[in-house]
Design a protein around this ligand. Sequence first.
Ligand SMILES: [Zn+2]
Length: 492
Amino acid sequence: MEIVAPSSAAVQLYDYQRTAVEDLRGAIRALRRESRDPRVLLVAPTGAGKGTIASWMIAAACAKGSRILFLVNRRTLVQDLSRRLYRLGVAHGVIMASNPSKPWLPVQVASIDTLQRRPHVPPADLIFVDEAHFSLSNIWLSVIAKYPGVPVIGMTATPCRADGRGLGDLFNEMVECPGTAELTERGHLAPARIFAPSQPDLSGVQVQAGEYNQKQLASAVDKGQLIGDIVEHWARLAKGRPSVVFAVNVEHSRHIVSQFEAVGISAQHVDANTPDADRDRLWADLETGRVQICSSVGVISYGWDVPCVSCGILARPTKSLALYLQQCGRVLRTHASKEFAIILDHAGSVLEHGFPDDERSWTLDGARKRKKPERDPALSVRMCLQCWCAFRSTQTQCPACGWQYISQKAEIKTAAGELQELTESPKPQPYRIKKLSDNPAFAYFQQQAEAREKSHRWAWMQYQLFTEGKIGAPDSIFAAWQQYERGRRGAA
Ligand SMILES: [Zn+2]
């Protein structure tokens, strides 16, 4: 016997989730009063419990006899969402090709592609749009247009699309949950420590429609040395932690697995074709420690909820802020065994996008805007040269190992495209460097960057790799740099 109407008592809301529900309802009422389409976007970071909020609202709406349509844009997400709703006690039908539907149930979950092709759409009094940042294609608009006047609630962690445009074409109002930093402070998310021990060279990888060309990306990162780096740093920084890897493609993921196995670490690969039962077993094995590394391609996304996982390895460089935040969010769930989570960034993501808990403010009608003036995220990140912890450039001491930033009062800023080091010292300094380009090694990498048409960031990263002994420079440059460093340190 099916449970037709789920019980809202099965879902408990935190206070901020309750506030979000009230705000959503208030926004829908206000839009109706103004005779505008009641389409509201809920913005909540990964881990804030969008699914919980939706389930609670679904349960409440069902109790009043309403019919609900839940739209998602990918088939794999239909299955994920369906499983999640069952866990929350929400019985539902699934509208998807080759799937026996249960059209009599008041809650229907539909893949947008399937629904668009069907001659009849199911009736609905309330529509949810999941991963709403994908929702501006004509298909979405044409389906939603079949429900005039019906409230639409979109949900997303990142209300901007790959091209940076807003979602104002579809949604008329926005409701925001507290951000990652606030949820961490309140104890709803675990704090993260980020290490960025290696940076892939992506100079040959093209960007198409706002994301890296996947084929070129795979050949740029699927290299023995880079993968060796992943294994080595995990062993040094995160050994013993249940860990997930985000890989570019299946081959890349399998290479990562085999390199972990080669040093006696139990690792397994998972992708969209892995049967549900195998996936469930893998999550359980992560929990018990039988498997330490789960290397994944595109599956650890919506609704994936294995809170014991406390290390995320970013091996898939992305231009998408949404994807980056989603990857980080996977390890930020709280768990008794987890004082803090570790993120090992081998994808250049923290330099590309900033910290996962950076304050980001969003608007419906444009690209994301930071509350503070737009600044290259790379410049807000400082890297510990001892342990590769990434920390905010407002700090001078590494939070992981205590290392002091080498020129403690200095900050690197770009002025008119020129990298320079500014000294801001309350006390007289024994030595001063007016320009970082006085540093012969850095100057060398800057010249290399210019010759290869690379960015300043590239030069800076090469320099950091050089200081760690990871990459070399011509003997004359190395000798000059040693002398330069001796001079600096000797004077100090
Ligand atoms: Zn450190």
